[in-house]
Design a protein around this ligand. Sequence first.
Ligand SMILES: [Zn+2]
Length: 304
Amino acid sequence: MRNAAVKEEKAWRFVMPITKARQAETTMSNADKSADKSIGVRGLRRGSRILMSPFKRACEKYLGVITAVATDKPVLALTFDDGPHPEYTPALLEILAKYRARATFFMIGELAVQHPDVVRATAQAGHTIANHSWSHLSFPLMTGRERCEQLRRCDEALTPYGAKLFRPPYCHQTPASRWHTLRSGYDVVGFSAHAEDWLARPSAWMRKRLVGQARPGSIVILHDNIHRSVLPLAQHDRKPMLVALDHALEQLRESFSFVTVPELLRMGRPIREQWYRRELANMRPALERHLMEQRRPEEARIAL
Ligand SMILES: [Zn+2]
């Protein structure tokens, strides 16, 4: 149990973006380092950095994931993934209303069509509704056509409420999948703060973490549902998260106000990072099974 939690923690640390250049520096051998001392190599490296920097800036601008907003204003953007859920989402809406908090909900299309009343109530309460794909499959495992179809079907399910913002399922993303979301007109939203609410954490631990990570312009990720979980420790029970959130907002309300992601983006400069992450080896079989269910439902049923 503990080992699995540690492994998971390490996996999420991997999410933090590492640029190719930084990666190359950290993996450079001693022999490479001495060779690097020669003026010729240093010059070449400097030259390639100068040539690459406009390209890097363009990639950051158009393909970078929004992880926070640079602002002095005391604002936080709370985001909730994997809903709507018929029980947890309405309970969450009540907590948010108590603190006059607006939030952003990254919803799943196949659940939105099952609970249209919950989608409507969320939108009518002033929250932003955004795209978290049609059925929560890992985008790097899919073809380009399947990715665009996932975005389109979810958009259709969320109409007329969906904003052109997307969070990739499991936060899995490759340059190719980012290109497909860009082509479909979506900006990708990551996060800068989380409380590991997908794991078996006590609510007091999550509350402390939420309060400790709150900074002006932060984007916080939480879950009002857990859909197509592939983690053995995933907590489908959302009550500990709801308790943690209630207590954290009680503490934070004095110093922060809580806004939607579009509101936050109007309050400062978006911080964009190159954010690429593929599925972990131990998650892959379960993710491929989900994908097979989607592609050939009949065959998947027989295989089970
Ligand atoms: Zn998700």
